[in-house]
Design a protein. Structure first.
Lengths: 629, 249
């Protein structure tokens, strides 16, 4: 075994996992790539609007520094800043690489990459491919991975689910166990390093904008085996979710970037057709409250504004949980060309034409800023992240790396639109390089023997499956998942309060107890979808407790985490220089002293143990508050 | 019956076992699509005869017609189940797997042939490596982009393959979706450097000439990928390649 060529395991085949795979292969390490389904179907495909990179081709004087500032402030200063700096600096290079891979980015009349405006930003900085950018980026790296697969450098294990990590006697990650989703056989696989690129956890909220495989189960499993989970309480609600029974489909932020306006009738319960409501009887609340950014304020700000209009002012359309997202004032052919793919989604699922009728939207759980805690190393020469350091993207478990949405870096308390495709790609690239450095820097001699551990872990997982299949418990996993979603949506949502969070924590502990008494309708030995689902539900509940516990601990408002009881509003009508504003800044800094810290949860049998860790603010010290007015 | 939605589902426990049919009814909701209805059945898998059975197995992920997972035959035609709104369908809604692919279980099929064929036709751009070389690809006009983007939206869902009279379990035909990707790669300003390799791959057995222009593929494609137009263009490219092979140049 020690003479064999080095190998790595990558779990997850979205943008992050595929980028990591490419960089590992290019470092001479062969990759076993595990995914729940064909990697081309990963949730990255759902990202619509674009990917941020400063190309400054619109005559606006955009700068990389401004991208760094926007990302840091967009995240309410909660993310470590050196990795953000490096990500923004290297974004244009990633775009150039994607372009060479053949990604069909939208073009200007001169044949260059076109740019569009996105939220939380004043310049056009978002590169896009129609309105299916994530799909196109994913296909670009999917094709490159297929090229390496064709050369025998990548072995895909599609339709396999990671069940657990294999840790050696030193506590190092040396492999995984995985379930063949067809034969239901558990196998263990060894590797010199493991990268998790397992995506988001929207399914913890029941209905969300996420794909139905975005359960967070793999991250939860790593957490339960000792990996720290950071900033779990920071869940982005996307302001413009479509209202749906089975899923909250997304209406891209690109719509607002291209000029869509959000409004609601000024009169509560106004029954009129929106098109017949005169301009002065429409409440364009984002434009009124945030004139500087208007409809392109960041997502947390927009979601809270919609929440306020609907829940506190009672102005939802027809008295329901919804407001209008209106494109009808724009030329239909322009809208079709720029946003065609997402308009199709709206039309298909609602039957209404968004170029004719305003769309109806409401905030929906969308993205987890939090995730597995990851290390990084600073380069003293640049102040950014040090290239090729094996510490980059390594979790608290040595040998285990994380990238993409399942890691907790980059976005702090709120992610800017079109920064997710960037962070998924960049972090995947870095994690691949970092794992390669980790592998080449470690001697293979004298490592604890693995054979016994591999077998024991495989047997442990087999036993869990056998017990579940034999169990005759009263709890239906599907019903339990619905209850989980209800608790999280009702009590850990856009606005939070400690009484509801206490109820959530009690409810979740109870759910966890009940999730040990499942009964499955399917006990079959072949392609049984109920068994993996049941295990995912169990692991989702564990993660939900981390999210709720972090939210309970954090008595402040920061980005997506909002507790009205602790809100410190910028004095209305006051700006820098006004004494009231400066006094606010003093209070804001005092609050940062206490709360500008990352939440870090560690698993214990009793539930999550939450602690705080300092945030590196060496690039842009927190001197000026976020202000989008 | 208006207050229920009725389904007739083709079941198959194992690739090697025979099929059988079961019927289900769930409470009517206007918003239901085929996947959300399957989710409702899954939670309470009782047939109309009152028998509690194993829930049907199927594949789905994004639920917004962009991942390509949930292709099945709905009332006889392959399409994405997530965007098949029950209100637009005749009942009982008949669900079958795409039988041009091997059945894994129930509605779940094995589409690895499609991905194998993407390999077979070398559907990638041969780049030096996935690092920044400080220059992008050459310019692409908006007109070229229009065609490329239309081709690049293929999500490998397999509907076109299921509708194609020449693709199937015991046949070698590459099928419309991977063929269209050849045109996409050949259209890229640097991808065309490997044009000959890809064209040779579709000029051999199971290649382009197996297409009889039945036009079924383009009719069922949920993303309106111009499949038949692409195959037509590839016909001209392969002819030109053949001449180059014979006469050089």
């Amino acid at each position: 075994m020690s003479t064999a060529k080095p190998t790595a395991i990558v779990v997850g085949g979205g943008l992050g996992g595929l980028w990591a795979t490419l960089r590992l292969v290019e470092a001479g390490i062969s990759v076993d790539l595990f995914a729940l389904f064909e990697v081309k179907r990963s949730h990255s495909a759902c990202a619509q609007g674009g990917i941020n990179a400063v190309l400054d081709t619109k005559g606006q004087g955009d700068t990389v520094w401004q991208h760094i500032v926007d990302t840091i402030k967009g995240g309410a200063y909660l993310a470590d800043q050196p990795p953000i700096k490096t990500m923004c600096e290297e974004a244009p290079g990633l775009i150039r690489t994607f372009e060479r891979m053949g990604v069909t980015f939208s073009r200007t009349p001169e044949g260059l990459l076109d740019l569009r405006l996105f939220g939380g930003v004043k310049y056009k900085r978002t590169v896009f491919a129609g309105a299916s950018t994530g799909q196109q980026l994913l296909y670009g790296v999917d094709e490159q991975v297929r090229r390496y697969e064709d050369q025998g450098l990548v072995r895909k294990h599609e339709w396999w689910e990671m069940l657990s990590l294999v840790l050696d006697g030193d506590g190092r990650c040396r492999g995984i166990t995985a379930l063949d989703l067809r034969s239901l056989q558990v196998e263990s696989f060894s590797a010199d390093a493991v990268i998790l690129a397992t995506g988001g956890l929207g399914l913890v909220f029941g209905k969300s904008t996420n794909s139905s495989n975005s359960t967070g189960a793999a991250a939860s499993r790593a957490y339960q085996q000792g990996a720290w989970f950071m900033n779990g309480e920071f869940i982005q609600y996307h302001p413009t979710g479509m209202i749906g029974d089975d899923k909250l489909r997304l209406m891209s932020e690109a719509s607002r970037g291209e000029g869509a306006r959000i409004w609601t009738p000024r009169r509560a319960g106004d029954p009129r057709d929106p098109r017949s409501i005169p301009e002065d009887e429409r409440f364009y609340f984002l434009e009124e409250w945030y004139p500087a950014y208007g409809n392109t304020v960041p997502r947390d700000v927009a979601s809270r504004a919609i929440w306020k209009v609907v829940k506190h002012l009672g102005l939802g359309v027809r008295g329901e949980d919804r407001v209008y997202l209106d494109l009808t004032h724009l030329p239909a052919d322009f809208v079709r060309r720029r946003l065609g793919a997402i308009l199709e989604i709206y039309e298909t699922f609602t039957g209404a034409d968004p170029t004719e009728t305003p769309m109806e939207i409401f905030p929906a759980p969308h993205y987890s800023m939090g995730g597995l805690w990851i290390d990084w190393e600073q380069d003293p020469a640049t102040g950014g992240m040090k290239h090729g350091s094996p510490r980059n993207h390594q979790t608290s478990i040595p040998g285990l790396f994380a990238c993409g949405e399942c890691d907790g870096g980059y976005h702090g308390a709120n992610r800017l639109g079109a920064n997710s495709l960037l962070s998924a790609s960049f972090s995947g690239r870095v994690a691949g390089e970092s794992a390669a450095a980790y592998i080449s820097g470690r001697s293979r001699a004298g490592r604890p023997d693995l054979e016994g551990v591999l077998g024991a872990e495989q047997r442990r997982q087999d036993e869990i499956n056998r017990a579940l299949l034999a169990s005759d418990g009263p709890e239906n996993p599907f019903a339990l998942h619905r209850e989980l979603g209800q608790i999280m949506t009702d009590k850990v949502g856009v606005e939070r309060d400690n009484r509801s969070l206490d109820e959530a924590l009690t409810g979740l502990a109870d759910l966890q107890e009940r999730s040990r008494r499942l009964g499955l309708d399917d006990r079959g030995p072949w392609a049984n979808a109920s068994l993996p689902y049941a295990r995912q539900v169990q692991d989702m509940i564990v993660l939900a407790r981390v999210i709720a516990a972090g939210a309970r601990q954090r008595d402040e408002c920061r980005g997506s985490h909002h507790k009205p009881e602790f809100e410190m509003e910028i004095p209305a009508g006051k700006f820098p220089g006004d004494p009231e504003f400066e006094e606010y800044v003093v209070r804001w800094k005092e609050n940062n002293e206490r709360w500008l810290k990352a939440t870090v949860a560690q698993h214990t049998p009793e539930g999550p143990a939450v602690d705080f860790r300092p945030v590196d603010t060496s690039v842009l010290p927190p001197e000026t508050p976020r202000d989008y007015r | 019956m208006a207050d229920t939605i009725r389904f007739r589902i083709r079941r198959q426990d194992h690739p090697d076992s025979g099929p059988y049919w079961q019927e289900f009814a769930i409470p009517y909701r206007r918003e239901h699509n085929v996947v959300s209805a399957l989710l409702a059945i899954r939670e309470n898998p009782v047939t109309i005869d009152g028998e509690r059975v194993a829930p049907p197995v199927w594949d789905s992920n994004c639920m917004e017609e962009v991942c390509g997972s949930c292709s099945l035959r709905v009332n006889g035609r392959a399409r994405q189940a997530c965007s098949a709104l029950v209100d637009t369908l005749e009942q009982p809604i008949v669900l079958e797997p795409m039988l041009t692919f091997p059945v894994v279980r129930d509605l779940l099929v094995d589409r690895s042939a499609m991905f194998d064929n993407l390999r077979r036709v070398k559907a990638w751009i041969d780049i030096d490596g996935s690092w920044d070389i400080h220059t992008g690809a050459p310019r692409i006009s908006p007109q070229e982009w229009d065609l490329n983007y239309a081709l690049s939206r293929c999500m490998t869902c397999g509907c076109c393959m299921d509708a194609c009279p020449h693709f199937g379990l015991d046949r070698d035909f590459i099928g419309p979706a991977p063929l269209a990707q050849v045109l996409l790669m050949n259209s890229h300003p640097t991808g065309k450097y490997s044009r000959a390799d890809r064209l040779h791959a579709i000029m051999s057995d199971g290649g382009l000439t197996d297409c009889s222009s039945a036009q079924n593929c383009v009719r069922v494609c949920p993303k309106h990928v111009p499949l038949t137009a692409a195959i037509g263009k590839l016909g001209r490219q392969t002819t030109a390649q053949l001449l180059r092979d014979i006469f050089g140049g």
